[in-house]
Design a protein around this ligand. Structure first.
Ligand SMILES: O=C(O)CCC(=O)C(=O)O
Length: 347
């Protein structure tokens, strides 16, 4: 599969954005350094072990259930349970991990390198948008190997399969998706990313389907159809990063015998307003986000690592915390202003 599409001929100043508009996704190979990969693998392995044990972390995705809300306990194998396929809320203030593991997730989600890509994709530097201080914290979850093979139906994250072609187009072109339905001048209001810590080819999607209604064939296909015209498997190596429009037609197919720890995040921009709220708040983030104290976690991590116990953050962490707190506060505001948002999909 073409990775970064260097051959793209779009007049867009950003090849990354041109790819997102044209295909609905893009891949940046080797995004993580080997050290970052190893730090994140440790944190992710600790969290996965806790979540699999049950009783230690109730925010999980249980096998058999595709969409939120998920139960807090996975049914045991003797009752046909297949374990978990995801762990939710890696930025939660009560995540039962060491400060060092929690800091690894915080430093990743708010990393200047990831946010630089996000700024590029969401075009947040424009003056009409009030500059770069506009990003909104959303989700940081992790997708993991189930104990039994499991797969997701074809879906768009925030448009139900019952939508008519007209409804689909209208939702795809609405403010919460991207203005202008994927045209070269449309502005995205959100982006979602997958960052696998082990090689991962579980995500399957139909390039270009983020910008059009489903074809008759797609509409009439079995929800688990193995082969839709044009579909591709997104083949990621550990440390690669894929950004995609979460309303692209996609599904997940998960093997039980292959390790999976794929960090799964999203970020939006304040101009998306209430239009983005359901996507994010249906995961329950609004219940805890105002209690996130990123500075305290990073300080404790620095102390644990002998980097000073004077309660100071270094320059880099100070900058990161400033950005993180701004993004957190904009999510808190979104939660206050949105009321009951319900759920996007059922099943
Ligand atoms: O497993 C994946 O990468 C995709 C997950 C997905 O489609 C979803 O969370 O809606």
């Amino acid at each position: 599969m073409a990775q970064t599409n260097q051959e793209e001929e779009s007049p867009s100043p950003s090849p990354l954005l041109a790819n997102l508009h044209k295909q609905g996704f893009l891949i940046i190979p080797s995004f993580l350094t080997p050290t970052e990969l190893s730090t994140l693998r440790n944190a992710a392995a600790n969290l996965t072990a806790l979540a699999r044990q049950g009783g230690n972390w109730p925010h999980i995705r249980t096998v058999g259930k595709q969409f939120p809300p998920w139960p807090s306990v996975a049914p045991p194998p003797e009752q046909g349970g297949g374990g978990i396929w995801g762990v939710q809320h890696l930025l939660h203030p009560s995540l039962p991990l060491s400060a060092t593991d929690r800091a690894a997730f915080i430093r990743l989600y708010f990393s200047p390198r990831i946010l630089a890509v996000v700024h590029e994709l969401l075009q947040t530097g424009d003056e009409e948008d009030g500059g770069e201080e506009q990003l909104v914290m959303e989700l940081l979850n992790m997708l993991v190997r189930p104990d039994k093979p499991f797969s997701l139906v074809w879906h768009r994250d925030d448009i139900p399969p019952s939508a008519s072609p007209e409804e689909e187009v209208s939702r795809l072109t609405a403010a919460q998706s991207c203005r202008g339905g994927g045209s070269a001048t449309a502005k995205y209001n959100h982006t979602q990313w997958n960052l696998p810590l082990f090689d991962d080819a579980s995500l399957i999607l139909v390039p270009g389907s983020h910008a059009r209604a489903r074809t008759e064939q797609e509409r009439n296909a079995d929800p688990y159809e193995a082969e839709l015209p044009g579909q591709i498997r997104v083949d990621l190596k550990a440390g690669d990063m894929a950004f995609y429009d979460n309303d692209i037609l996609h599904r997940g197919v998960y093997e039980s015998g292959r390790e999976r720890m794929t960090l799964h995040g999203s970020v939006s921009v304040a101009r998306a307003g209430a239009g983005r709220a359901r996507n994010v708040l249906q995961h329950g983030v609004g219940d805890w986000v105002d209690r996130c104290d990123f500075a305290a976690v990073l300080k404790e991590d620095r102390e644990n690592r002998g980097l000073g116990n004077d309660g100071e953050l270094g320059e880099e962490d100070e900058r990161l915390v400033r950005v993180a707190e701004g993004m957190r506060d904009r999510l808190v505001r979104m939660g206050r202003e949105s009321g009951d948002v319900g759920f996007s999909l059922s099943g």
